[in-house]
Every structure is written in C-alpha cells, then in structure tokens.
Write a protein that binds this ligand. Sequence first.
Ligand SMILES: [Zn+2]
Length: 236
Amino acid sequence: MENCQNCHKSFEGNYCPDCGQPARLRRIDGKYIRDEISSVFNLDKGILLTIKELFIRPGKSIKDFLTTDRHRLVKPILFILITSIAYSIINHYFKIEDQYVNYKGMKGTTGRMFAWVQDNYGYANIIMGIFIAGMLKLFFINSGYNFYEVLILLCFIMGMGMLIFALFALIQGITRVDLMTTAGIISMIYITLAIADFYGRKKPINYLKAVLAYVGGMVFFSISLLFSGILIDLIF
Ligand SMILES: [Zn+2]
C-alpha cells in the first residue's frame, strides 16, 4: 500500500484511484523541460490551442469548458491576465496609448483610478468583466448560465480582445501606421460574434443584445469609477 502524495488516501498500483496522482513523480529532467516547452507552443493543447479554439468556435469551446472538459483550454483567469500583460508590455514598449489618452492629467482620485486601469489592464479587465457579466445576465436572463459561468465566458473572449489589441499595437509599433481604431473595431466585432455564438448564433437579436450588454457594462464600469472617485474626493 502507498499513501497518495496529493490526497493522502492509501492505495495499491501506479496511480491514486481517487485523484489520479501517480504513485511516484518522475524526476525533472531534460525531457520534462522539452515537454513543458512544447506543451506551450503545441497547437494540440496549451495557449495556442486555446487561441485557435476561441478564434474558430468560441461558443462551443467555452461551453465545453463549462460542462465537459476543463483540461483542453488554459485556465480562463490566467488567460486574461497573460493576454493583458502581453498587451501592456507592447503598449509600454512602443508608448502607444500615450499618443491617445493620458489620464494622468486628470485631477483627483478619479484621475488616479483611470491611470490605475491603464497600468493594470489584467486586473481592470476582470473588474470590467464583472460589470459586463451583470449586464449579460440581464440581457440573457433565461439562458440558464450563472453569473460565474458568464464571467468565465468573458475572461476568455476579453482575453482574445486583448490579444487583438496586442497584435495591432505590435504592428503599429513597428510600422508607425495608426491602427488602434482598427483594433478597437475588430475586437468589438470579435466580442459581439463570440458572445452571440455562445448564446445561440442563429438568433439575430443575440448580436444586438451582445453589443448592448458589452457596451453597457463598459459604460457602467466607467461611470462607477467616475462617481466613486468624485465621492471619495468629496468625503476627504
Ligand atoms: Zn490521491
């Protein structure tokens, strides 16, 4: 009998029957490093598979993640953090956004809050996702998905939106051609199609609801920041 190193159940054989942990982990060696690297860049699993799936069939792959298979795609919160960091790095390196918006000039707490959003897209996107998820719950009230499942949907598709921005920011940084409006339009189109695909792409009304919920959530998020900033400045 062995004791499982993960869940401590005692068992016989090579794998724990409860949690699947192998009786003995192999030592880290060159093969392990090669496997880990290829798993990142492999189109059959890992982050590239996730991007491919979310691009080709967003609705189905996210539904599969929610209901049947949670190992195929990368973890959604990790996904939105990684893609947001990728965009932030490119953005800072080429100083893209400084040409468009500079919240640091805004006075008071509100200005600092918007500057924080600009410096922390990863976390800010998750907070924005909470507002948009609330809107989607309202617009698709009979869909049967709970709030957290909708939030997972948003982590995946907003992560893809960030990737679209990252890609265009990179091209803009290299070519000096202004592409941020194009990036905004393309990511908006992707997000609308992906949300509608998730809730049922055959119903035309779903596309309208997707746009309204997404834009509504963003507006609601911005207004909340604005008013809480003003309120904090009034109190102190
Ligand atoms: Zn176990």
